[in-house]
Design a protein around this ligand. Structure first.
Ligand SMILES: [Zn+2]
Length: 44
């Protein structure tokens, strides 16, 4: 799920699975749909 965090007086949306930060909630949710914490992201 996406959690919110405040940094530098800005609200960020953090992917709970990989910790990636987004400044847009929609982007965060879209990312979350395809994010998996089971497979490393460095697979090419
Ligand atoms: Zn993620």
């Amino acid at each position: 799920m996406v959690s919110t965090t405040t940094r530098d007086e800005m609200t960020w949306y953090e992917c709970d699975q990989c910790g990636l930060l987004f400044d847009d909630e929609t982007d965060a949710k879209q990312h979350e749909e395809t994010c998996t914490d089971e497979e490393p992201s460095y697979i090419q």
